[in-house]
Design a protein around this ligand. Structure first.
Ligand code: F6R
Length: 619
């Protein structure tokens, strides 16, 4: 979702800012903009719809001199994607320049309040955005004689909703400012030699520095080329101590792959091995031995587990529910975080809440976690790919996957990372509760250790997926059917098709199909059936026969060598046979590759699908 970068130092800012924006492109955006201030305090502002390349071309023509500036990629929330709605926004007096990530929930109220000033000065709003109230609020305070920092703090105090902001004062070419309120994706300050950077995410900083400081909720920061000074809720200003991060910029290069998504699908076996390394021990059997900061005594008291998440993470949560019931042997449920946070379910301190969020910044998941803490005080574990993310700060304990940076907007390797963490957690809870014997734990862990090779073999089915995609690339609809542990995967397959192929796809529990969706089926409506051999195989084949009887083409994904199934369907993709609890690992790469190749056949922009954002920091 929206990306922010800022620079103050001796070098020309524009090129650095545009390069920074490019490194945030993976977050998803629809327009981009930049504002620089030169030594004479002349403002240079450019904003364009579409790709950062468009902005770069406009800057090359129009020029953006100056060594201080801020820039932004916008993901529209209020007002269509257009040049005039793109950030940076300026106050009506032109003295304050702002970029923002988040939503000003009370912007109508603030606009109405500020309207009287604009009317008196015969000025008008320049955009349809909620953002524009922010420079206006700051500007009014400056006019009343307050400092920029005080004015920014005042403005932030007036905003409702989560927001990250960067700003500068038109008459001060030596300083930029940043503020963070709530969890709107955050702001990281990067320390260079005689120069400073800000960004909403690390990839924009890493070519320049690995020495960083994350702003916290409520922080107001003033940044000049020598450092940063932070004010936090009434305390005196302080200079934070930067910490070193060890993200490797090489790891976020695309290498020989045509798209990041393809690269990340291929990285899954390694991402899974890295995530379980040292956490699935056999002699003696032990799951998550050292890095789950919850004692066995706490885990023993748990009577129920609730797993929450959004999108792909919700599908992982659904599979996690299955494992917790089957492996740990205690009641478990899942919920969509955006719905859960506004319900009044009956939890209590004996419910363990597990939040799944690869980014650790999804606002609905964070909102649900807040809801849990404020209302029930239930213990919380977060499963995330980003150590130090907001979710890790809120949770009692974290399981950090080790998938490496995921650049493709559609989650792939972090899905399997989440699954691995959930599986291990189920084992750990089962053991702590005394419901899982040492021998059964050994079997579960041994099976998990085979998962990387299941993924590896699944990834090798790319060519077959491509053949199928050639046949069905122009279909307008897909139904994806699964049962049991494969049902959430059917939903994940459908989500991937929607996200990157822009094709309508529904994931359904196969048993539910005849209760309505079957009415849609005809010879132009392909059905993907997830049908590995397992306890519900016969029921899946009954559903397949019902589909075939309506002449809908069936693409079955089943066990390699399952000739009986292959004969029953129109098209067959074989995956390595897996133990019943491990089929999510054998099937995942194939459903991802199918969606990928359908998108490729349709000639779409796979790594930056329209309207989507990698980190969803607005509600
Ligand atoms: C799908 C996808 C999204 C995310 C969802 C939650 O490919 O990426 O559906 O899964 O936005 O994001 P996190 O896991 O960061 O909370």
């Amino acid at each position: 979702m929206c990306g922010i970068v800022g620079y103050v130092g001796p070098r020309p800012a524009a090129e650095l800012l545009i390069t920074g924006l490019r490194r945030l492109e993976y977050r998803g955006y629809d327009s981009a903009g930049i504002a620089t201030l030169d030594d004479d305090c002349t403002l240079h502002r450019h904003r364009t719809v579409g790709e950062v390349d468009n902005l770069a071309r406009t800057v090359a023509v129009g020029g953006a001199p100056g060594s201080t500036g801020i820039a932004h990629t916008r993901w529209a929330t209020h007002g269509i994607p257009s040049d005039h709605n793109a950030h940076p926004h300026a106050s009506s007096a032109g003295d304050v320049i702002v970029v923002q990530n988040g939503i000003v929930e009370n912007y109508r109220e603030l606009r109405a309040e500020l309207q009287a000033f604009l009317d008196a000065e015969n000025r008008s709003w320049q955009s349809d955005t909620d953002t524009e109230v922010i420079p206006e609020l700051i500007s009014r305070q400056l006019a009343a004689g307050r400092s920029f920092e005080d004015s920014l703090a005042y403005a932030v105090g007036r905003l409702r909703g989560a927001n990250a902001i960067a700003a500068f004062h038109r008459r001060d070419p030596d300083r930029i400012y940043a503020a963070r309120k709530g969890s709107a994706g955050g702001i990281v300050v990067g320390y260079g030699e005689g120069e400073m950077f800000i960004a909403s995410d690390l990839p924009a900083l890493l070519p320049h520095t690995t020495s960083v400081h994350h702003l916290e909720d409520g922080d107001i920061a003033a940044i000049d080329r020598d450092g940063v000074s932070v004010r936090r809720s009434g305390e005196p200003a302080f200079k934070p101590t930067p910490r070193e991060v060890d993200l490797d910029p090489i790891a976020i290069a695309r290498g020989p792959y045509r798209h990041f998504m393809l690269k990340e699908i291929h990285e899954q076996p390694r991402a899974l091995s890295d995530t379980i390394r040292g956490r699935a021990r056999l002699n003696p059997p032990n799951a998550l031995p050292s890095d789950l900061n919850l004692s066995d005594a706490t885990l023993r008291e748990i009577e129920r587990v609730l797993v929450i998440g959004m999108g792909t993470s919700l599908h992982a949560a659904m599979i996690g529910r299955w494992w917790i019931e089957q492996i740990a042997g205690i009641p478990a449920d899942f919920d969509n975080a955006s719905e859960f946070r506004f319900r009044a379910p009956l939890l209590g301190p004996s419910t363990l809440v597990v939040a799944v969020t690869q980014s650790g910044e999804t606002i609905d998941t964070l909102g649900a976690m807040n809801h849990v803490r404020d209302r029930w005080g239930a213990p919380q574990v977060v499963i995330t790919n980003v150590d130090g993310s907001e979710a890790t700060r809120q949770a009692d304990a974290s399981i950090v996957m080790r998938c490496g940076p995921e650049v493709g907007v559609a989650s792939t390797k972090t899905f399997v990372g989440s699954l691995a963490a959930l599986y291990l957690l189920a084992c750990r809870i089962g053991r702590a509760q005394g419901r899982l014997s040492q021998d059964d734990l050994t079997v579960h862990l041994e099976q998990l250790l085979t998962a990387p090779s299941l993924l590896e073999r699944g990834v090798q089915r790319a060519e077959r997926c491509s053949e199928i995609a050639q046949l069905f690339g122009s279909a307008s609809n897909f139904l994806v059917l699964g049962r049991g542990i494969e049902y959430p995967l059917a939903m994940e397959a459908a989500l991937k098709c929607k996200e990157i192929s822009y094709v309508h796809a529904e994931g359904y529990a196969a048993g539910e199909m005849k209760h309505g969706p079957i009415a849609l089926l005809d010879h132009q409506f392909p059905v993907i059936a997830l049908a590995p051999r397992g306890p519900l195989f016969d029921k899946m084949t009954s559903a397949i026969q019902q589909v075939s009887a309506r002449r809908a083409p069936v693409i079955a994904i089943g066990d390699e060598g399952d000739d009986e199934l292959a004969e029953l369907v129109d098209h067959f993709i074989g995956v390595p046979p897996a133990p019943p609890l491990l089929t999510p690992f054998s099937l995942t790469p194939v459903v991802q590759l199918l969606a990928y190749h359908i998108a490729l056949a349709r000639g779409l922009d796979i790594d930056q699908p329209r309207n989507l954002a990698k980190t969803v920091t607005v509600e």
